[in-house]
Design a protein around this ligand. Structure first.
Ligand code: ADP
Length: 313
């Protein structure tokens, strides 16, 4: 692991928590003038803060995607991939982010998984979270930053470097705070027809023992309004998982539709935020994993066998 990545990751989790704290203070300041002086003292100035140092020292990319904006053509020192996977509920961002994470050797960090881990614990947050998540609403930024900072810090202590974030950032505020602490190289936004998304969410199953995800839906959507027909074979579990399958409590039709509404309202602007930075790569999924995976690798200029070979070298 390059030394820079180690130093960078040592601080990323802390930095995220700190920047969120300062950003929150600024919000309090706006509604509470006596807080202003304190905030001015505490808020790191963009030109001298650690976050600026991090950005300037490590604003690099492992330039695998050459055609996404001009950022990718500058020669920069190497560091690990810092990517974001984006897309509607059910689109498969977890599946593709996890495959890429294995291929590239960077951690796949899904805020939805962090939320579900917290939900399944008997911690003080879990009742409050269940209510929000099961209505298809977004959890507060404070809770998300807290969970994410803890996850990053745990990874840092194990020497993890780089990331593929999945489900974060999901609001403009989250994107702006992430931008304060580090540079995202690439945002992949996966696209799929909305009727197929709902069907996919309803077919989703998880093995309660091994944690693997499957999908029992067999999708055959007809051509409609200029959209081509689409078929996706189910992703069935092996026999030993069959009796242990569970469905996420928020994968009901009503909650999925609410999550799609929230996505369009809150997350669509995040796509525009990254588009303006020249970092967004939109990818229309042509079908299930067998059709989509090779095409996604091609769009990312990645070659499955080559990446594996260079990881071994
Ligand atoms: P989805 O299939 O809707 O993309 P996720 O597994 O990413 O589901 O997230 C599940 C739930 O966790 C979301 O509906 C939301 O309540 C919460 N959540 C996950 N990530 C975030 C985030 N970045 N900000 C706010 N809430 C989040």
């Amino acid at each position: 692991m390059p030394l820079e990545s180690g130093i960078f990751l040592f601080s990323f989790g802390h930095l995220l928590a700190d920047v969120f704290f300062f950003a929150s203070l600024s919000a309090i300041q706006a509604s509470n003038p006596p807080m202003a002086a304190l905030t001015r003292l505490l808020k790191p100035s963009p030109s001298s803060s650690i976050s600026f140092l991090f950005k300037s020292s490590f604003s690099t990319t492992t330039a695998v995607v050459s055609d996404i904006g001009s950022n990718f053509s500058e020669p920069k020192p190497p560091r690990n991939y810092q990517w974001v996977f984006f897309g509607c509920p059910g689109v498969g961002k977890g599946t593709y982010a996890s495959r890429l994470s294995n291929l590239l050797g960077v951690p796949h960090i899904a805020t939805g998984d962090l939320v579900r881990e917290e939900l399944s614990s008997s911690g003080p947050l879990s009742r409050q979270l269940a209510e929000i998540v099961n209505q298809g609403k977004l959890v507060s930024d404070e809770i998300i930053f807290n969970l994410l900072s803890k996850r990053l810090e745990a990874g840092e202590s194990k020497g993890e470097s780089g990331f593929i974030l999945d489900g974060f950032p999901r609001t403009i505020r989250q994107a702006e705070i992430l931008d304060e602490v580090t540079e995202v190289d690439l945002v992949v936004t996966l696209k799929l027809r909305e009727d197929v998304l709902v069907e996919k969410c309803l077919g989703r199953r998880i093995c309660s023992q091994c944690g693997k995800g499957f999908n029992v839906a067999s999708i055959n959507a007809k051509a409609e309004n200029g959209r081509p027909e689409m078929s996706m074979a189910p992703l069935l579990p092996p026999p030993h998982c069959n009796s242990k399958l569970i469905t996420r409590a928020d994968d009901t039709e009503q909650v999925v539709k609410e999550r799609l509404r929230v996505y369009n309202e809150k997350s669509q602007p995040v796509e525009d935020f990254y588009k303006a930075q020249g970092k967004l790569m939109e990818f229309d999924l042509p079908g299930g994993i067998p059709e989509s995976w090779p095409k996604l690798l091609e769009a990312l200029n990645l070659d499955d066998s080559e990446v594996k070979r260079s990881a071994v070298a």
